[in-house]
Design a protein around this ligand. Structure first.
Ligand code: MRU
Length: 346
């Protein structure tokens, strides 16, 4: 394991899936043991596990659990039997394309499997998991090369070990820059309404001794105005073929503020997050979550009883606001459709 890399949110052990329940961080660190595909999909929907790569890896292990049940029920027709669970997994969350990418990759194995499919599917899910960690190490190195010495950075949401197989995408670059002694400070947006920044990113960085200062999302533009920060570094849930980037709601505003103040904007994501079937970010499905996430905090109402709310979980940052997209296959500066296609052809 690399330095500053102590966290694993997804563990396959003793024939079961173990997920660190991120709903209760930072106060409680408990792992849920899952044995069924349906409860795995529910865990994704309910944010036990979240973050695009982590959702994909979890879904891959969910396919293992689905295949186990389908084979036990009808060994001769498990491929038909599994379909309802495959669909249920696919419906868990709509924006992170890693979910559909992982399901497709698992399903591609089905025709070649003979007898009990479980061992082969566990091995494939394990490969998806391990490849994600390796991609994060690689992106850490590629992204860190852009960071000069004594740099303060800002990040939004949680694109860390908790959101991936391990090490993280945006936080992977931050971990690598910290190891290279280049980081003076990490600023983390609290990330309303679910507070991934406050509850997850600050906790995750502190676990590994990386200095972090929290700020409310509304304070980010003022921080950038001070000139303290020279890079904004974020992850992504889906990148369209023209380099438009879907990420946690508030990323778009951060990118606009960064452009206005001459702060560079880096997106770090594995190629499993790139959706070349979409020509622009406008086609990315944006999840709308419950109004309660905005209207209340920790189960306590914070708004007038009859107040309405709008709660899109993600927004789209146009490619024109992005200085560099970092993937495990290489980097794309000032992304365009042509450059994205060249990257994916590698
Ligand atoms: O709603 P979430 O917590 O799943 O949203 C997560 C994000 O927006 C992350 O920034 C993104 O998935 C990249 S994770 C490496």
């Amino acid at each position: 394991m690399k330095q500053n890399d102590s966290l694993r949110a997804i563990i396959w052990r003793d024939n079961a899936l173990h997920l660190l329940d991120q709903r209760y961080l930072p106060h409680q660190q408990t792992y849920l043991e899952l044995l069924q595909a349906k409860e795995t999909a529910d865990a994704i929907r309910d944010m036990v596990v979240r973050g695009a790569p982590a959702i994909g890896i979890t879904a891959a292990y969910g396919v293992v659990l689905a295949a186990r049940a389908a084979y036990a029920k009808n060994a001769g027709a498990w491929r038909e039997e599994i379909q309802a669970d495959m669909q249920y997994l696919a419906q868990s969350r709509p924006t992170a394309v890693n979910l559909f990418w992982a399901l497709k990759r698992m399903e591609a194995l089905f025709p070649s499997l003979e007898g009990d499919p479980e061992a082969a599917l566990v091995a494939e899910a394990g490969r998806i998991h391990q490849e994600d960690i390796e991609a994060n190490y690689q992106m850490g190195l590629l992204g860190e090369a852009y960071i000069p010495k004594d740099t303060a950075v800002i990040t939004h949401c949680n694109a860390g070990a908790l959101a991936t197989g391990g090490y993280g995408t945006a936080l992977g670059v931050i971990r690598s820059a910290f190891s290279a002694d280049k980081l003076s400070q990490v600023y983390a947006d609290e990330t309303r309404p679910w507070l991934q920044g406050a509850r997850l990113t600050a906790w995750e960085l502190l676990q590994d001794g990386i200095p972090v200062t929290l700020l409310s999302d509304g304070a980010a533009a003022s921080l950038l105005r001070t000139g303290t920060v020279s890079w904004a570094i974020v992850g992504s849930d889906r990148i369209a073929g023209n380099g438009d980037v879907a990420n946690k709601i508030g990323t778009y505003g951060l990118a606009i503020a960064a452009k206005h103040h001459g702060v560079k904007f880096m997106v770090v994501a594995p190629t499993s997050t790139i959706d070349m079937s979409l020509s622009s970010g406008e086609q990315i499905p944006i999840e709308n979550r419950s109004k309660d996430e905005v209207l209340s905090l920790n189960g306590q109402a914070v708004a007038a009883q009859d107040a309405d709310a709008w709660n899109p979980a993600f927004d789209v940052t146009p490619a024109a606001l992005v200085d560099v997209i970092v993937t495990e296959k290489g980097v794309v500066e000032h992304p365009t459709a042509e450059k994205m296609a060249a990257l994916m052809a590698k």
